[in-house]
Design a protein around this ligand. Structure first.
Ligand code: PLP
Length: 476
């Protein structure tokens, strides 16, 4: 029972300052020098509302002892505003060891691509203009010559991502017609890209042949009729079946396509511009090889192993690429100047294979030697030991990193981990505080410890990690 409830509440409400009174306090005046007035007023209202809600829920005892803590409210206002104004897209230190982490924006760009972005965003940019004639140009041509040179294809186009490249190609070549695909290649990528769904959206009628583990050429041939629009081969980039397995090679499909005059599309997913085994890495399909074997259209991502911005690259026979460029959907899926600037700079790196590794962060992380990784891990361990002291433990250990991004999915690369466990801080809580550091540090948890995987940590980030940890532990 609360006989005096009403009176109590009125009295307490009366204690709450008006917005104007808040604005006149010295603390808020200081904040007004930093933040827009409108935001501060909104935030003061929000905090006062929150307080009223709390008061309504208080019992008599709490109500009697209630005292307004203005300093606390003001510091809360400051914190909330700072939080609201903090950019959401922030630099992140990737300590997960996953080289192509979709949650962290996939490929880290080269210095050259970063410079190109700076150049393209300084003012206006040459996106659809032929500088020699002053005439309206075609934005695909910004990178088309480079792509032709690097893949051996006749023509090229660029769209928003490889999902868009697949959708657009299917729609252009097979809308209202049938696309024949092996049941072993009906893949899902990253939860939201599914071949059957994309096919449906494109207007192509999917005709499945074979089984999950066995598909033969005659099964494709049996389904060919006047309604056939396309033969599709998809690289099963993020899984592998082993055992009693056989599929139809691209060469065989190309031969079949020629026989019936039906185009063949090869979706490579990641795709690479040369054979990675030159660096001792497992082989990922090479774009120029699919082109050489006669695929009419080949699609791949700009931000997987290529190491560029998010983009979908379509290369192939000029006849088909021209149709693709003319499709109305191409307009809806097109890229902007930022993408073209970064993609052009990334592709240029591949013209000089000798210097490629030096400039290309994705490849550099992938080929990093175990001994180099171990040395960097030791460096961090040495820095952290005195910071952690007897509050916890830091050790280094061998581990495995993934390439990620649906590339080389069945391979993992040997690495070294720095593992931390704190006596008074759960790994989940420490992981959260590292994420909320500036810059954010994203880690994994291995054997119930926070793990820093040195495959993807840059030299200059070691000191930043040590500083962040020191700050976190001193706040304890
Ligand atoms: C990754 C992938 C895609 C999707 O590419 P995005 O660039 O992520 O849109 C499509 N097909 C295959 C085989 C892939 O590996």
């Amino acid at each position: 029972m609360r006989p005096n409830n009403k009176i109590d509440l009125q009295k307490i409400y009366a204690q709450l300052p008006q917005v104007d009174k808040f604005l006149n306090t010295n603390e808020i005046q200081e904040l007004l020098k930093l933040y827009p007035r409108g935001l501060l007023v909104d935030q003061i209202r929000i905090q006062l509302d929150k307080l009223r809600t709390q008061i309504v829920q208080m019992n008599d005892e709490q109500l009697l002892s209630f005292e307004l803590d203005q300093t606390q409210i003001i510091s809360e206002i400051g914190r909330e505003i700072e939080y609201a104004l903090r950019p959401k897209v922030k630099r992140v230190i990737n300590a997960t060891g996953i080289v192509l982490h979709t949650g962290l924006g996939r490929a880290p760009l080269s210095k050259q691509a970063q410079q190109a972005l700076g150049e393209a965003t300084e003012g206006y940019a040459s996106v659809e203009i032929e500088l020699e004639t002053g005439k309206r140009g075609d934005r695909h041509q910004l990178v088309e010559d480079l792509l032709i040179k690097l893949t051996g294809a006749e023509a090229a186009a660029v769209v928003n991502n490889n999902a868009a490249a697949t959708l657009l190609t299917l729609n252009t070549l097979s809308d209202g017609k049938e696309t024949i695909i092996s049941r072993g290649e009906l893949i899902t990528i990253g939860g939201s890209f599914r071949i059957p769904e994309i096919m449906k959206k494109s207007g192509a009628q999917m005709v499945e042949v074979g089984t999950t583990n066995q598909t033969e050429l005659w099964e494709y041939e049996q389904e060919i009729n006047e309604a056939s629009g396309l033969l599709l081969k998809v690289h099963t980039s993020n899984y592998r079946i082993i055992g009693f397995v056989s599929d139809v090679s691209l060469e065989e499909l190309v031969e079949l396509g020629r026989k019936y005059n039906i185009p063949v599309m090869h979706d490579l997913g990641s795709g690479m511009l040369f054979d990675l085994s030159r660096y001792g890495l497992p082989k990922e399909p090479v774009v120029s090889e699919s082109v050489r074997l006669g695929a009419d259209v080949v699609t791949f991502s700009g931000d997987k192993l290529l190491g560029g911005p998010q983009a979908g690259i379509i290369v192939g026979k000029k006849k088909y690429i021209d149709q693709i460029k003319k499709n109305q959907l191409a307009r809806a899926l097109r890229c902007g100047k930022l993408t073209f600037a970064a993609l052009e700079a990334t592709l240029r790196l591949f013209l000089d294979k000798e210097k490629l590794l030096e400039h290309h962060p994705v490849l550099r992380f992938m080929v990093r030697k175990e001994s180099e990784i171990e040395q960097k891990a030791l460096e961090l361990k040495e820095k952290l030991s005195p910071i952690i002291g007897d509050r916890g433990e830091v050790i280094i250990e061998k581990g495995l990193s993934e390439v990620g991004g649906g590339s080389l999915a069945t391979e993992s690369l040997p690495t070294w981990l720095v593992l931390i466990c704190m006596r008074k801080l759960y790994p989940e809580e420490l992981g959260k505080r590292l994420r909320l550091s500036d810059p954010s540090i994203i880690t994994r948890i291995v054997h119930n410890r926070i793990a820093f995987d040195f495959r993807t940590i840059r030299e200059d980030e070691i000191e930043l990690i040590a500083q962040a940890l020191s700050k976190i532990l001193n706040e304890e």
